[in-house]
Design a protein around this ligand. Structure first.
Ligand SMILES: [Ca+2]
Length: 203
């Protein structure tokens, strides 16, 4: 026979387990690194995503914007919910932050769309015809149920690829066969969220 006291204790245990499972993202609001990605676990065969190297089970390299990685968001005042990163203002193509590539990949972490309505714009150059650009935003909502969106624009700011949902908190935009020229990756959403941006450019 299960006494009320035993049942209550069991319920508490279940509740704690559920809470722990829901906190996989840590308490910093930043998504856990994806497996095979920067600072993520290596794949089972000891490899990582292209341009990254498996070191002691963790994928390293490929963080191409060292300043951003070292300092994270500008937090003024400290420990409050603020919206500025060091790339702001970057709402327009003219003010876009130029992505720095290592090989075919560029990654930026600790970015924010904030406040609601914010737009973040990043630029890159395709140097040859037939270039493929793939941009993925992986985000953690700050305002409840916020959804992030990524898109690729051409030099004139015209949409050439809109994002497709590729995960519970991820969108990917793919532009293939593009002519040489400047392109922009645009991130926005219907609320505030933290995100990381991964862009590949081939060739
Ligand atoms: Ca912005």
């Amino acid at each position: 026979m299960i006494t009320l006291q035993t049942w209550a204790r069991a319920s508490v245990s279940v509740a704690i387990l559920v809470t722990a499972a829901a906190c996989g993202g840590g308490d910093d609001g930043i998504p856990d690194p994806e497996q095979g990605g920067v600072r993520g676990k290596c794949f089972a065969d000891g490899t990582c995503n292209p341009t990254l190297t498996c070191v002691d089970g963790i994928c390293l390299g490929g963080v191409v914007d060292a300043a951003m990685d070292a300092t994270g968001p500008v937090d003024t005042p400290p420990d409050s919910l603020v919206c500025d990163t060091q790339f702001e203002p970057n709402e327009t193509t003219a003010a876009a932050h130029a992505l720095a590539f290592t090989g075919t990949a560029a990654s930026l972490m600790n970015l924010m769309v904030c406040p609601t309505g914010d737009i973040d714009m990043f630029s890159l150059t395709a140097t040859g015809a037939g270039t493929s650009i793939v941009a993925t935003v992986t985000y953690t909502a700050i305002t409840p149920s916020a959804v992030g969106a990524v898109a690729i624009l051409d030099a004139a700011g015209v949409l050439v690829a809109s994002g497709q949902v590729t995960g519970a908190n991820a969108q990917t935009a793919t532009a293939s066969g593009r002519a040489a020229g400047t392109y922009y990756v645009r991130v926005l959403g219907n609320g505030t969220f933290r995100y990381k941006l991964d862009v590949t450019r081939t060739p």
